[in-house]
Design a protein around this ligand. Sequence first.
Ligand code: CA
Length: 229
Amino acid sequence: MRARILIVEDEASIRQMVCLALGQAGFECIEANDVNEAQTTLLAQPPDLILLDWMLPGVSGVEYARRLRQEKLTRDIPVIMLTARAEEEDKLRGFDSGIDDYLTKPFSTRELISRIKALLRRSAPHTGETTVELDGLQLDPSSHRVTAGGKPLALGPTEFRLLHFFMAHPERVHTRERLLNDVWGENVYVEERTVDVHIRRLRKALADSGHDRHLQTVRGSGYRFSHQH
Ligand code: CA
């Protein structure tokens, strides 16, 4: 299923440029000129991500972002704010509007698309919302809870995402590079040995219940999460 991106922007030329690039990158793009239009579209079918212009006629992008965070339906939809000037970045940081990322105009569509991809991965897409289970180990993405034999496990956010990725893609060997791309996001620059550090922490957390045996090192290749042990 193609991810739906809603762009709320009153400048038609920017809207069209972004939608063209999104379409080429395999996304479905929905356009809205202002907050009213955005709201109508959103209620019909919530998008997977919203690109929101700061300066809009009527209700501003910042105000709308705040409203989106207050509604149950839209609270978890990632928002990237598009700002006109670099000085707005500082204001943006000061606002507690709950946006996930922002880009200053003019921006490259390549940069925009890589930010979108990273955010969509981080925000656990609709396909990954179901509880996964293996050998008494249960992970519920919607409540961010992990239990082993019914007992809650405390995991850091990175260990949680790692475990989720492994459990959603078992029996396959994942290289460190692949894990960095899919768990950390492709425009986050961390060294490959960072993966090993978090794998060690994850193993430690899983050791009490013995589930660490499922997380296997494949020499020279990477890691695998397997039913076999
Ligand atoms: Ca504008």
